[in-house]
Design a protein around this ligand. Sequence first.
Ligand code: GLA
Length: 721
Amino acid sequence: MKFMKKFFIVLFVFATGIIRAQTEPITTANDGKSWTLETKSSIYQIGSSDQGVVGMYYFGNKSQDPTKLRYPLGEEVTVRGGYSATTPMLEIVFKDRVRDVELTYVGSEIQTVDGYKTLVIHQKDKFYPLSVTEYIRVLPEYDLLEKWMEVKNTGKKDMIEIENAQSGTFFLPQNAYELTHLAGIWGYEYQPNVTKLTQGVKTFQVKDFRSFGSSFFAVRPEGEQMETCGEVWFGSLQYSGNWRMDLEKYPRGELQVTGGINFWDQSLMLKPGKSFTTPKMIIGYTCRGMEGVSQNLASYTREKILYPSHRSKVRPVLYNSWYATTFDVNEEHQLALAKIAKELGVEIFVIDDGWFKGRINDKGGLGDWTVDKNKFPNGLQPMIDKINAMGLDFGIWIEPEMVNPNSDLYRTHPDWVFHYPNRTRHEGRNQLMLNLAREDVYQYLYDSFSKLLRENNIKFIKWDMNKSLTDPVFPSAPSDEQRAVRIKYVENLYRLLETLRAEFPDVWFENCASGGGRVDLGMMARTDFSWASDNTDPVERTFIQYAFLNAFPSNSMISWVTHEDWHKQNHPLEFKFDVSMCGVLGVGYDITKWTDKEKAVAREKIARYKEIRETVHNGDLYRLVSPYENNRSVLQFVNKAKTEAVVFVYNLAEYPDNAILQTKRSKLIKLRGLQPEVSYKVEGIDGTYKGAQLMDIGIQFPVRGAFKSGIFKICLLYTSP
Ligand code: GLA
C-alpha cells in the first residue's frame, strides 16, 4: 500500500517470528511490537514501526499470507496532525492552542475483558501530557472485534480539550467498494440504502438522538452484493444519542471506516488526571455474504449484548392496549381487554399511554408520573391484582425523558428543559425534552419510576421517547462542561436504565422512540427488545422486518398485530399474525370487538407461535427471498442443532403459474443451513426429504395468492437405531 508510505518508514515485516497458535485469539510477534488478532474467519494485523507509529496492516480473510503485509494501510489511532491525510479519530486542543497530535508507541498488554482476550495498546503524545489507550477485544466465534479508546490527560495543571474522539477505525486496501446501511424515517425505519463509495467521504449520522435507522454498515467489493457468499466488512456502534459513521475513499482507492460519537456541536474538557472512554465500535469480517453478517450480529447481540438477566428468557406474548384505547384508559375497559387477551393465550398485558395524571391527550401530563385519580380512583394496584389473578403479568408505558409544558413538573421546574434563552423553543408532539444531564433531573426520574415500580406489581416497562433533541443548552453547568451535555445525557440515560434494572430484576424493558427511532446496541444492552416501527401494516412490516433482521436478532424485535391498514387493503388476520410471528409477538387490536372467528384465529396463531418461538428467537436466520427484489419474502430460522427449522412465506402479489418466466421466480425455495445427509419432515407437505434435497433442489410451499402466508416447521426425522 503506497499512500501511507510517506508517513511511515517501515522496518517491519510480519514474517519475523509471528507465533501463530490457532487457538490463541491474540498472538504477539517475537519483537513484542506486532500482533495478530484472529477470529473464526478473519485476521487483523497490527504493528508498531521502529519510529513508534502503530499501524494496521490488514483486516480480512485469514487465508492471507502475513509475509506479504509489508506496509501499513493506516494508523490504528488516526489523529489530527502531520499530513492529516486520513479521517481523524482524535482531535485535541492543548492549553497553548496547539491542535496537532503526535502519538508514539509506549507498550502493550493482553487483558481478559469479560472472558475475551483484549489487546491493549498504549500510546502517548511525544510532547504533551496525553495518553491514548486503544482496546481491541476479540470475539472469535462471532467473527467480531470490539474497539474502543481511552484518552487521558496525564498532566498536573492544564485542561485538554477533546474536539473529537472516535471509537475505532480500520482501512481496506485499494478496491472498488459499495456500502449498505439502514436509514429511514418515522414509519419506514431501517430501509437498506446501497451506495457506491466513490472518492470522498460518505457520512451517516445522528445529531438529534433519533435516527429511525442504524449505525449498522456493511461494505463489500463493488458488484458482489450477495446474500449467501462474498466478502463483507460490517459492524455497528454501541451508542445511543448522537453518533456518526464516516467512510472515506481515498484517491488511490483505499477505504477508511471510522465510527463513534458525533462530536458535531460538542467538545469535552479533560481536567488533569481525568480520562474519557469512548463507546464501543463493533467491526467484523465474513466471506458468507449478508447471511454471515446477520447471523454473526444476531448471535453476538443475543448472547453478549441484550440485558444479561433476561437474555435467554423466553419472550412473552404481549397485549398492548394503545391501539384499542389511545389515551382513553379506565379500569373496566382494561380488564375487559385483559380477560380476552388471557383467553387468547397472551402472557403479559401492557397498558400504554394515558394512565398518569392529566394525560387526556398528548397536550399534557408528561412528567407527572403518578396515577391519574380520575381514571383510576383506587390507583393501579387493584387493577393489577385482578389482571394477575387472571394469570397475566402487567406492564406499563412511560416516557421518562420528556415533559409537557402543561404539567406540574414543568410548572415547578421550567429550567429543567432544554431551551436557549432568546431563542425559539422547539416543541414536538407538544412536549419538551428534559435535560437528563442534570443530576436533579436524573434523581427526579429515578425517584418517580422506582416508586412506581415499588408500589405496583409491574413486570414490563415500555420506555418511549417521542421528540428529537433540540436546544441542548446546559446553563447551570460550569462553562467547560456545557458542550458535553449530550454525552452526559446519554451517560445518565444509561445509568437510569441500569439502576432501575438492577433494583427491579424481574422487569422486562422495551425500547421505543416513536417507533424505531432509537434502536442501537447501546439501548439493546440495557433493554430486552425494541419496538421496530409504529407502522404495523403487515406489508410494510414485511420490508421493515426483513431489514431489521439484517442487523439485530428476532428476539429483540417486537411486532404487534393491529387494525392499522396504511393502504386500505384489509389484509387477512392470518397474514398479520404470520408477519408478527417472526419477532416477539404482540396483539394491539381492540379485542373486545373481535368476533368468535377472529378470536379463534388469534388463539390458534398464538398457540402455534409458542411452539416455534424457541427456534425463531434463538436459531440462525437465512433470508431466503428478499421482498426488496421479489413480490414475496421468505425467512428461515434453523436451530443451532439443525434439528428444526421454521420457514415463513409471505406472498405480496398473486402470480398465475404461466407468469413464472416473466417474474423470474421459481416456485421452488431452496432451504439453507440443514444437515445434508439426514431426513426431514416438512409440516403440511407429504413425504420426507433429505437435507441436501431441500437445500439443493428446493421445495414448493403451498402458499397461493396475494397477501397469503404460511409458516412451516421442518423437523429432523428420527429413525430408531
Ligand atoms: C409513540 C409510540 C406508540 C405509543 C404512543 C403513545 O408514538 O411509538 O407505540 O406508545 O407513543 O403515546
